[in-house]
Design a protein around this ligand. Structure first.
Ligand code: FES
Length: 183
């Protein structure tokens, strides 16, 4: 909860709000599953697509896939954890996903990612040593019109500059959880 309000406070509200398109990722995933006729043996392909869209596989995504493919969640989880090519939700308190798809890349997503890596002292796929921030990349989150797009704790933010991204992650790291409430 606190983290979500944190994002809203720190980024200019309009940018975050503009991005209600995060649902779009589920729609795109749904379309993909439809293309596979919801076949259960398409699970691995579907999980690949999900990872491209979200950057990692969290409970919400795995449950969604399990429901649509009519598979027991345990089966979906075991496949997601078995294959090393799948990334489960990272450990950090907050997660920042930089879209590195073509549209975002040409608009400077690589610079945003480089700035984050430098500032946080980690590489994409890692979590800061204080456990605050996990940095992840995705391949096209389905919001190319908002490029370069970054997803902060599940909220898609449009046209992010390095400064925008650093403002959010710095605020995450400064914000003391478990006691201090900003309001
Ligand atoms: S390339 Fe980033 S949203 Fe499509």
């Amino acid at each position: 909860m606190e983290s979500k309000t944190g994002v809203r406070q720190e980024t200019s509200g309009s940018k975050v709000r503009e991005s209600a398109s995060e649902d779009k990722r589920f729609k795109i995933l749904e379309t993909q599953m439809k293309r596979y006729q919801y076949r259960q043996d398409s699970l691995i392909e579907v999980l690949h697509k999900a990872q491209d869209l979200f950057g990692y596989l969290d409970d919400e995504v795995l449950t969604f896939v399990a429901q649509r493919l009519k598979l027991p969640p345990s089966r979906v989880y075991s496949v997601a954890t078995f294959y090393h090519l799948f990334t489960l939700k990272p450990q950090g308190e907050h997660t920042c996903v930089v879209c590195m798809g073509t549209a975002c890349y040409v608009k400077g997503a690589d610079k945003v990612l480089a700035a984050l890596e430098h500032d946080l002292g980690i590489k994409a796929g890692e979590t800061t040593s204080d456990g605050r921030v996990s940095l992840v990349t995705a391949r096209c989150i389905g919001a190319c019109g908002l490029a370069p797009a970054v997803v902060y704790d599940g909220k898609v933010a449009a046209r992010q500059s390095s400064d925008d991204a650093l403002a959010v992650t710095r605020q995450w790291r400064e914000h003391v959880t478990g006691g201090s409430h900003t309001h």
